[in-house]
Ligand binder design. Structure first.
Ligand code: PEP
Ligand code: MN
Length: 337
């Protein structure tokens, strides 16, 4: 429920009205504009009589939020959310580019890739230490050793690190060491995991589940936000459709749809969407044109021998060239890269 207050109401009056509303057992999220204040009510609003609230002399209008996601809803927060990840902003004018290998293989590999992507203008280093593989017989990641490699490379390059958390047991370690915690497509509906990361303040990169609707995707963001962590960045990474030429079908329409429905930043991962390295460039270009707030791209120095996802990884020189081209498209969109 949204309560729009009349213009020019004193702070004390807003505070006492907020206290009154809290007695209904809901949480109040005030959105304070220059002239107007809006109160977002989160929780079970079914016991609140809209007519009684509307009759209050402070109230201009009461609206029910139709969508099940509240805190992630743009109605609750009309301005775009900009998430600060160790000084790098996501959701503002500058596009966030996260690049790196699918998985951390060894220190030299990650360092070489990190140095080159940094030179090309990437703002974040990605690399999986704990890998969610379809087969239990595939490389599962280096685990804690991989996390340490990422930390070392961060020390060398200064690039903030983004890596996937699969289990609640590792959360404390991730809170200490990781700049942005990735929740992968396979865990988008792991609500216990979402609630736990929601209790931290670490920025969360939430990837869309492979068979999830946009509403389900935003409800997963709501799980994180409802626990107090509003630093959520969404990532469209392709969904399952009847088409099997590509690994997934990149749902680019999710970008403008989410921009309309939510204030949260949304980025695009063309690598996992297509599953083929030569599609990364056209899909990245299209994503920037569609209004993405950033890209997550798999880059590997030796894709033919990569332990994971080599077929969809581009080499550092191709990434460099891609960044050059994307900067021109970004300019048309009045963004920067
Ligand atoms: C990844 O980014 O390494 C990954 C496994 O992606 P997704 O969860 O989108 O499949
Ligand atoms: Mn991968």
């Amino acid at each position: 429920m949204i309560v729009i207050l009349k213009n020019g109401i004193k702070k004390e009056e807003i505070d006492s009205f907020t206290n009154y509303l809290e007695r209904f057992g809901v949480e109040i999220h005030p959105i304070i504009g220059e002239t107007q204040t809006i109160l977002g009510l989160v929780g079970d609003t079914s016991k609140i009589d809209t007519a009684v609230i509307s009759a209050n002399h402070l109230v201009e209008k009461v609206m029910h939020v139709q969508e099940p996601f509240k805190m992630a809803n743009r109605i609750f927060h009309p301005e775009n959310t900009v998430v600060d990840v160790k000084g790098e902003l996501i959701g503002g004018k500058k596009l966030a580019v996260i690049a790196g290998p699918c998985s951390v293989e060894n220190y030299e590999q990650v360092l070489e890739i990190a140095k080159s992507i940094k030179k090309s203008g990437a703002g974040f280093l990605r690399g999986g230490a704990f890998k969610p593989r379809t087969s239990p017989y595939s490389f599962q990641g280096l685990g804690l050793e991989g996390l340490n490699i990422l930390k070392e490379v961060k020390k060398e390059t200064g690039l903030p690190i983004v890596t996937e958390l699969m289990s609640i047991e590792m959360l404390d370690k991730f809170v200490d060491d990781v700049d942005m915690i990735q929740i992968g497509a396979r865990n988008m509906s792991n609500f216990d995991l979402l609630k736990e990361v929601g209790k931290t303040k670490v920025p969360i990169l939430l990837k869309r589940g492979m068979s999830s609707t946009i509403e389900e995707f935003l409800m997963s963001a709501e799980y994180i936000m409802s626990e107090g962590n509003e630093n959520v960045i969404l990532c469209e990474r392709g969904i399952r459709t009847f088409e099997n030429y590509t690994r997934n079908t990149l749902d680019l329409s999710a970008v403008p749809a989410i921009k309309k429905l939510s204030h949260l930043p949304i980025i695009v991962d063309p690598s996992h969407a297509a599953g083929m390295w030569w599609m990364v460039e056209p899909l990245s270009k299209a994503a920037v044109s569609a209004g993405t707030d950033g890209l997550m791209i798999e880059v590997h120095n030796d894709p033919a021998n990569a332990k994971c996802d080599g077929q969809q990884s581009i080499k550092p020189d191709r990434f460099h060239e891609l960044m050059r081209k994307l900067s021109k498209i970004a300019e048309i969109e009045e963004r920067e890269i």
